[in-house]
Write a protein that binds this ligand. Structure first.
Ligand SMILES: C[S@@+](CC[C@H](N)C(=O)[O-])C[C@H]1O[C@@H](n2cnc3c(N)ncnc32)[C@H](O)[C@@H]1O
Length: 299
């Protein structure tokens, strides 16, 4: 009796159909879990493919197992590659964030609080309706803060390296609106007239070679009735950054045209303007006249 049962069991184990069913079952389990672990498990349980070439001569079940094992190993390899790529980009993002925070700590030691300045600016200029154009991206401090409050942003900078850092910074900051990054000179914006609902710029004008050209371009691409915001450091803010750059062995540029010049120009052409000062910043916020011919008269 015992011998008969043993023989039946041996027949079951030896049957190719059972082999195949068993292997298919194992493959299903393998696919449901991590490919690498299950490929190894499959190899351990079915020590049948020491060499893929000789496997061709084996039974159908053996061939099937061999193919599945190779598939699983290739999935595992791709997963490892993807994980490695993801880890290195995450590392880059974290490093960038750390560097930005270290720099902000240095600013604070000299008397400039980035977070407080951003909060102050946003409190004065929001809401910014519709599609917003930002001149220039820099390392993305204003962009990351702005992205939490507006519908959609296009941001432009002449320096690809700066924008790359801004992308990392914005990614670290998390959820935001859709952002399009553009590399271009702000002196000749690559858009037709009246394209954006709002046009903004923070702490950029003192870096521009020809600020008036950029200013006129900002007005050109703004829709009639749209909102324009230009912020830059206050005199005390400039003093702080002079000291920071001297401390680092460099120099910091100054504004060629003050925000007051821009404000006067706008008011003469019927724009409504507001000025704000605080947190080492100055802000010019303006709304263009609704008549489309009026708002771009700046030749
Ligand atoms: C201090 S950063 C801007 C800071 C940024 N808005 C922020 O909030 O972090 C000044 C930026 O102006 C950019 N820039 C200078 N001249 C430019 C030009 N002609 N067109 C576009 N961007 C320009 C520089 O590449 C630099 O990234």
């Amino acid at each position: 009796m015992a011998n008969a049962a043993g023989a039946a069991a041996l027949r079951r184990i030896a049957s190719p159909a059972n082999d195949e069913n068993e292997l298919t079952h194992q493959h299903d389990i393998a696919l449901k879990s991590t490919a690498a672990g299950k490929a190894r498990e499959l190899e351990r349980q079915t020590p049948l493919v020491p060499n893929h070439r000789t496997a061709r001569l084996e039974t159908r079940a053996t061939r099937h197992a061999c193919i599945r094992q190779r598939q699983l190993l290739s999935i595992a390899k791709n997963n490892r590659r993807r994980k490695k790529a993801m880890t290195s980009s995450q590392t880059e993002m974290i490093r960038n964030h750390r560097a930005m925070k270290q720099r902000e700590a240095l600013f604070r030691r000299f008397g400039y609080n980035s977070a407080a300045s951003l909060k102050f600016i946003l409190a004065k200029v929001l809401p910014l309706p519709g599609h917003v154009l930002e001149i220039s991206t820099g390392k993305g401090r204003f962009l990351a803060a702005l992205a939490k409050h507006v519908e959609r942003i296009t941001t432009l900078d002449i320096e690809p390296k700066e924008q790359r850092q801004a992308k990392l910074y914005v990614r670290y900051a998390g959820a935001s609106c859709p952002i399009r990054y553009v590399i271009h000179n702000a002196e000749r914006l690559p858009w037709p007239d009246a394209r954006f609902d709002s046009v903004v710029s923070m702490n950029t004008f003192h870096h521009l070679e020809r600020p008036m050209r950029v200013f006129k371009e900002m007005l050109r691409v703004l829709k009639p009735g749209g909102k324009l915001v230009v912020c830059d450091f206050s005199p005390r803010g400039f003093q702080i950054f002079d000291r920071i750059h001297r401390f680092e062995g460099g120099t910091h540029p100054r504004l060629k045209n003050g925000l007051a010049d821009f404000g006067r120009l706008l008011r003469r052409r019927g724009w409504k303007t507001k000025r704000f000062k605080g947190c080492n910043q100055e802000i010019l916020a303006a709304t263009s006249p609704l008549a489309s011919t009026e708002h771009r008269k700046f030749s």
